[in-house]
Design a binder for this molecule. Sequence first.
Ligand SMILES: [Zn+2]
Ligand SMILES: [Zn+2]
Length: 220
Amino acid sequence: MQENDALKELVDEIELLIRYAVPEEEQSMAVDFVHSFHSDHFALRVIREFYTLLPEAREEALVNISVLEGKEQVFLLLLSTAKHHYFYLTNDEEGLLQGEWEQGIEDSHVLSFFGYPDREAFAKEHPLLEGCREYSPLERMNEEICPSCGVQSGEMHTLGCPVEVCPWCGGQLNYCNCRFEQLDVEEMTDEKMLEELEKKLLEKGRITYAKEQRPTFMSE
Ligand SMILES: [Zn+2]
Ligand SMILES: [Zn+2]
């Protein structure tokens, strides 16, 4: 099957789901949103999943997708309707709703996978809905954009981006131990340590985004 046919089929399928899952007055908005991702296989699959998984009693149009976390081909997204915001965890294969924004992330496996000791730490990192970074069409497919923090090739990652390569060991800066060694501490506990780390990183020379750092994703 041609790529375009596959995408078109996916869009058709979602439109059908929308007819059942969304109140009539919101349907055209829902369909417009789908069409804004008409060649984005990743986003279309997320949208299809959303309408498949949406709690039975809720009939709502999906109007926004934000990217909260990404690591090793696993992404934590926030799927928003006019009234609700759902956490959605996805890899290439499948996705899972993870509860709603107000409750935060409760699954301790999900939290620790992304490096959070608990729900509070996660909430601190993502305090505001308005602060969530919107997913833009095709960004997963655009190699010139960091799949996690969204900067362009050659630009510095947002500090904390899991794709950033550690200049000391060449591993993932978020997950290696260099930050503790550099600061000579057991754990990062306050803002001052973060500033100190940033200073040391700049002295050492931070590694900017390059497409070679991408986790392999959407390899079809
Ligand atoms: Zn990044
Ligand atoms: Zn390191």
